[in-house]
Design a protein around this ligand. Sequence first.
Ligand SMILES: [Zn+2]
Length: 92
Amino acid sequence: MRNNKKPFNRRCASCGRITDKSSLLRIVRNKEGHTVFDKTLCMEGRGAYICRDMACVEKAEKKNSLERSFRARIDRSDKEKLFEEIREFVSG
Ligand SMILES: [Zn+2]
C-alpha cells in the first residue's frame, strides 16, 4: 500500500544520501537513450537524482555515478551538456 503523506524521498546517485526530491537534481534517461538534466522534475523517462550540491555533482561526474545508476553508458556529448546545465543551475 502506498502512503501519499510520506515525503517523496530519493537517493542521491553520488553520495547515497536519501533526501526529499525537492532538494535533489533530477536527471532523466529518455526513450531515445539520451541522458538529460530535468529542471522541471516531470520529464518522461527513467530518473536518477543528485544532491543540489556542487561537491556531489562533481563526484558524480568523475565517478560515473549516473552511468551506474542507469546501468547504461552516457553519450560523451550528452554528459558534457548535462553537467554544464547542472553547474549553471546550481551556481545561478
Ligand atoms: Zn549527494
